[in-house]
Design a protein around this ligand. Sequence first.
Ligand code: QAP
Ligand code: CO
Length: 174
Amino acid sequence: MNLSIVEYPDKRLREKSLRVEKFDLKLHEILDAMYPLMMQTNGIGLAAIQVGIAQEILILNIPDDDGEQPKENLIEIINPVLSNTRGESTYQEGCLSVPSFYEDINRFEFLTLNYQDRDGNTQYLEADGLLSIAIQHEYDHLLGILFIDKLTSSRRRKFEKEYKKMLKENKSPK
Ligand code: QAP
Ligand code: CO
């Protein structure tokens, strides 16, 4: 499967993802194609809608303290349900679908997550720190929400203007 990253302002990023019903080979092929794409593009998290697939699938690979991202750190999350959110934290986020733009975003500090793995088994995790932030960021993708939606309206307008200008300049022939 040859996947590529869907970039803002592509409307597909606004779609709501649907629950996965079948834990079949097709699902495994999607997951197996998402992982190398995320690693090649220097990502730590990727939702299926970012490759144009509107299903509740996301993968995370949070680096260790030494910055390494061994495959053991990979978490595959299907049909997530977020709960017990508490606390507050701010982190400078980015997104593979909004390349080269980073901004401080407020999120919950802690959360718990019920989800399914690639075989349909029920899983549960508790998260804080970067894992918690990454889960919230990717979970938003399933709802068609981007991190830039969380900027104040004035900062958002500034972003729209600058980002569209940047795209235009990058795309124009020399
Ligand atoms: C979401 O984001 C996230 O602009 C994952 O040029 C962000 O992997 C989770 C990336 C912050 C937690 C904290 C962005 C790569 C990767 C870029 C990413 C870029 C190259 C973003
Ligand atoms: Co993102």
